[in-house]
Design a protein around this ligand. Structure first.
Ligand code: C2E
Ligand code: CA
Ligand code: CA
Length: 527
């Protein structure tokens, strides 16, 4: 084309009129071709930008993707340690996201993720990078001090106090956040991978913790992690060890099929009669390679793979059979079973429960169903009908972990309940934390006003038990009285294991009786 332009120009300059008839349209053609060429170039440029954008952004949320995040993190960690400023990585994941997907559908799940993404983005600085790693996992890169990063983490957590509107429904998303930082020269050996791994360990620790949604990395988490071999596998499996995860899931399915999951029982002690008034059935998985696993280690896997119904079908008859056994020997100890969605959405549950009770000849009054707040709002109406039917038959209903979430007041308003279990995150620190003591006291008073029995969980010492009695709490449960024990250990008078391994439940009750006389020596916070 440049050759054509030069030729055309020289012809034009030669001045021949005949030539101008040929040359002018030629030049127009050439200019048009040039314009077209430039437009194409621009289009290509735009396309390139889009393609580049696709390669670096998450199509669902429009945030950065893992590739861009890793690139930026690597750039930040690149300079010599002396030249490197402080850097922090926050990893965040939405608790029980699968429940939303399952109960409201994938479109709602996507909408939730978009809202979560934009809430995070609204609470970080303009120079911070927010990325979605996939699924419900988000990461934030902050080039600032550990304190500044911790403040951002708190802001993000606070941002989720407000409900989200998904598909026209108000939902509360709970998140877990792990924070890892590298700031001073002492951290100069930390690589980008190591920082991510630390944030991952911290997030996992936040997920396991009963209280607090943010955890900053601590070196002990590594041990926690190694100790919990399975947890390690679960986490590793999530990213890389698909084979390990698949094997674990296989093993879990086998354990359910072969009914090799087990129950242990923790006593509930009445503070007015000083008697054991029931036990709570808690699930354990005796794993051939990893030893006995607790629910926190494998319930996520159960939920993610829609196995919770199978677990309920296993747990319920086991607990009822054990309780029937105690009743047969004259030990009248009612049993409480934990149920979560989707079991509570199952209209057939009341009939199933009735059938199991009838089969073992246990009276419905001897069974309590504990419901946790992962029953999504969307299912409250159905849950109500299921719980109504259970109560009509004489089964007791308890709201579990009261105070740990957001929707529990609503459940208290909407669901028929007999018992309120106060979350242990408020109970355990009561003696040292006046605000916790006040909260517990208020919940006890609220329960009393509603004519609902109050049960405090996580009682770890005599002082707490005495304070709870003083506040008017009906029933207590916790390691101070006994850790969960196998069914066979439940015998009149002698059962229970305390940290010393010597005392019995009865011994512990006597001990708080003695302490009660000395109540004035205990500083009752919030009095
Ligand atoms: P949860 O229903 O709140 O059960 C009480 C948990 O607190 C148990 O943990 C118990 O071992 C622990 N605990 C008891 N006393 C103390 C104490 O003094 N201090 C502290 N720090 N902890 C104490 P576990 O057995 O690990 O169970 C964890 C959760 O798993 C349960 O919380 C419950 O939500 C769920 N879960 C357990 N068994 C089942 C089941 O059969 N089905 C379902 N769906 N969920 C279950
Ligand atoms: Ca419970
Ligand atoms: Ca609980």
């Amino acid at each position: 084309m440049p050759f054509a332009v030069i030729l055309g120009a020289s012809e034009l300059l030669s001045g021949s009129e005949r030539n101008s008839y040929i040359v002018i349209p030629g030049v127009i053609l050439v200019v048009a071709a040039l314009v077209r060429q430039i437009t194409l170039l621009d289009e290509n440029h735009q396309l390139l930008k889009i393609v580049r954008g696709l390669a670096f952004s998450d199509p669902l949320t429009g945030l950065a993707n893992r590739t861009l995040f890793s690139q930026r993190l690597a750039e930040t960690m690149q300079p010599t340690p002396a030249a490197r400023g402080p850097v922090a990585v926050l990893l965040l994941d939405v608790d029980d996201f699968k429940l939303v997907n399952d109960s409201l559908g994938h479109a709602a799940g996507d909408e939730l993720l978009r809202i979560v993404g934009s809430r995070i983005a609204q609470n970080v600085g303009i120079h911070d990078t927010v990325a979605r790693f996939g699924g419900d996992e988000f990461a934030i890169l902050i080039r600032d001090t550990p304190d500044a990063a911790a403040r951002i983490a708190d802001l993000i957590v606070d941002a989720f106090d407000e409900p989200l509107v998904v598909d026209g429904r108000r939902l509360h998303a709970r998140i877990s956040l792990g924070l890892a930082t590298a700031s001073g020269p002492q951290d100069s050996g930390i690589t980008a991978d190591e920082l991510l791994r630390r944030a991952d360990l911290a997030m996992y620790s936040a997920k396991r913790a009963a209280s607090g949604r943010v955890r900053a990395y601590e070196s002990t988490m590594r041990h926690e992690h190694t100790d919990l071999h399975l947890s390690g596998q679960l986490r590793v499996g999530r990213r890389s060890g698909l084979a390990a995860r698949t094997q674990l899931l296989d093993e879990l399915r086998c354990a359910i099929d072969e009914q090799s999951l087990e129950l242990v029982y923790q006593p509930k002690v009445s503070l007015s009669t000083n008697e054991v008034v029931g036990v709570e059935a808690l699930l354990r998985w005796p794993h051939p390679r990893f030893g006995t696993l607790e629910p926190g280690d494998f319930l996520p896997l159960v939920r993610e793979n829609d196995l919770i119904d199978h677990v309920t079908n296993l747990v319920l008859p086991m607990a009822v059979a054990d309780a029937a056994g105690w009743y047969a020997t004259g030990l009248t100890i009612p049993v409480a079973v934990n149920l979560s969605t989707p079991s509570l959405n199952d209209e057939l549950l009341p009939d199933r429960v009735a059938a199991v009770l009838a089969e073992h000849g246990l009276s419905p009054e001897a069974l309590t169903i504990e419901i946790t707040e992962d029953v999504l709002l969307a299912s409250v109406v159905r849950a109500r009908s299921v719980l109504d039917q259970l109560r009509d038959r004489g089964v007791r209903v308890a709201i579990d972990d009261f105070g740990s979430g957001f929707a529990t007041m609503k459940y208290l308003r909407d669901l028929p309940v007999d018992e309120l279990k106060i979350d242990r995150q408020f109970v355990t620190p009561m003696l040292d934390d006046g605000r916790c003591a006040m909260i517990v006291r208020s919940i006890i008073e609220l329960a009393e006003a509603l004519d609902i029995a109050s049960v405090a969980e996580g009682v770890e010492d005599a002082g707490t038990a005495v304070m709870l009695r003083h506040f008017g709490c009906d029933v207590v449960q916790g390691h101070y009285f006994s850790a969960p024990v196998p069914a066979a250990s439940i015998r009149p008078g002698v059962w229970g294991t305390t940290p010393s391994g010597r005392d019995t439940v009865e011994g512990r009750i006597r001990a708080i009786e003695d302490r009660d006389d000395g109540l004035q020596h205990i500083d009752i916070a919030g009095r």
